[in-house]
Write a protein that binds this ligand. Structure first.
Ligand SMILES: Nc1nc2c(ncn2[C@@H]2O[C@H](COP(=O)(O)OP(=O)(O)O)[C@@H](O)[C@H]2O)c(=O)[nH]1
Ligand SMILES: [Mg+2]
Length: 401
């Protein structure tokens, strides 16, 4: 009875605080990623190339960084969603895209490392913020030719690191037949390159019929096609987000024309929890096992350890929650982690060992202090007894003289 009540209370508290959900949007420049973010949130959250005055040095610069925006959304039942959206640098404009790729993969890994570190800490930080990305929307060119080499290269790096949801951007540029063919080619490319993406998992034996039906339907839609817009039009007294062309008008929420509404619903309503669970139970768990299995973490962690508290500024440092950053800075600086970067597992063990040692030393010091105080006390008592004895002996003498 009590547990039911407290569970209900906890749930209410969560609902009041809001459900935290994080989406990252990845893809080549100009595919409509930023426009999609605004369409998804129903408001202007990020600048797009149609809303920022181009070209300025500033806007060109901006596209090289990750940008995180948090929006508070509320569903029909009043449940709040704190949606964090990460707009990533567009790539494909230059010959070497490795730096853009690294920024993206490092960010994802860094969020897992933060959890690993937090889990290994002797004292937990009550204000720790879980910033793991629950879904990566991967935008694909509506070319009708499947994936490009560039996409395959990055998707391979992202594979297994997050719930990848492949999305064909600007799908208004494809006819129905072209879209069907493009979806087919993309699926083949994903399979051929063994790229792991979120495939709406279900279990024929254990899941209910509704889940099986929904998930197999959603699976049949992958990759989703979307149309985005930054503009809202008033049509017959109704506000509609859409695109106006010389030849006509498209309501981006028209499910006959794109999968936008289905994608929005699955992200923000039906599969929000599944995506979070899959991130924690499957993807993070695998990352954690690999990290702790002694093989030593790859270079990215070495870089991260360098960047913490160092003058080298890492691109994702600005996204750390301030409370965590402070604690990290302190603990890293006081430990020998910097000398031990090649094997992070050992580094973490070392951190725990150091904390334990510090605690032990503290206990020993307290014990020693206590013993000393006790001895001092005994000494004082002895002195006092001596004085008393002396007084007793001397007392009558003084009286008589
Ligand atoms: N035709 C079409 N154009 C779009 C769509 N979404 C965005 N755009 C336009 O494509 C250009 C690039 O969009 P933007 O969102 O800045 O792309 P990003 O570089 O991927 O962030 C802008 O002019 C948008 O207005 C879409 O679904 N269809
Ligand atoms: Mg953009």
């Amino acid at each position: 009875m009590v547990s039911v009540t407290s569970a209900a209370l906890r749930k209410r508290k969560t609902l009041k605080k809001g459900i935290q959900f994080t989406i990252m949007v990845v893809g080549q420049s100009g595919l409509g990623r930023s426009t999609f973010i605004n369409s998804l949130c129903g408001q202007q959250v990020v600048d797009t190339s149609s809303t920022i005055p181009l070209p300025t040095d500033d806007s060109a610069e901006r596209d090289f960084n990750l940008r995180e925006e948090t929006v508070e959304l509320e569903d029909n039942e009043g449940v709040k969603i704190l949606l964090s959206i990460i707009d990533t640098p567009g790539f494909g404009d230059s010959l070497d895209n490795s730096s853009s790729f690294n920024i993206i993969t490092d960010y994802l890994k860094h969020q897992y490392d933060e959890i690993l570190l937090e889990e290994s800490r002797v004292r937990r930080n009550p204000r720790f913020k879980d910033s793991r990305v629950h879904a990566v929307l991967y935008f694909i060119n509506p070319t009708g030719h499947g994936l490009k080499e560039l996409d395959i290269e990055l998707l391979k790096q992202l594979s297994g690191l997050a719930n990848i949801i492949p999305v064909i951007g600007k799908s208004d540029s494809l006819t129905r037949e072209e879209l069907i063919l493009n979806k087919k080619l993309i699926l083949e490319d994903l399979k051929h390159n063994q790229i792991e993406y979120y495939n709406f998992p279900y279990d024929l034996e254990n899941d209910d019929n509704e889940t099986i039906d929904t998930n197999s339907y959603l699976r049949s839609l992958v990759p989703f096609s979307v149309i985005g817009s930054n503009q809202v039009f008033e049509i017959n007294g109704e506000l509609i987000r859409g695109r106006k062309y010389p030849w006509g008008f498209i309501n981006i929420e028209d499910h006959e024309l794109s999968d936008f509404v289905i994608l929005r619903n699955l992200l923000l309503i039906s599969h929000l929890q599944d995506l979070k669970d899959h991130t924690h139970e499957i993807l993070y768990e695998r990352y954690r096992t690999e990290a702790l299995s002694g093989g030593g973490l790859p270079d990215h962690l070495t870089q991260q350890l360098h960047s913490v508290g160092d003058s080298v500024k890492s691109p994702y440092q600005q996204y750390r929650s301030p409370s965590l950053k402070q604690e990290d800075d302190g603990s890293f600086k006081s430990s020998s982690l910097h000398n031990n970067q090649n094997d992070t597992y050992l580094a973490r063990e070392e951190q725990i060992r150091l904390e334990e040692e510090r605690l032990k030393a503290f206990e020993e010091r307290v014990q020693k202090d206590l013993l000393q105080k006790k001895q001092e006390l005994l000494e004082r008592e002895r002195e006092l007894r001596e004085i008393e004895e002396r007084l007793e002996k001397e007392g009558p003498k003084t009286e008589s003289s």
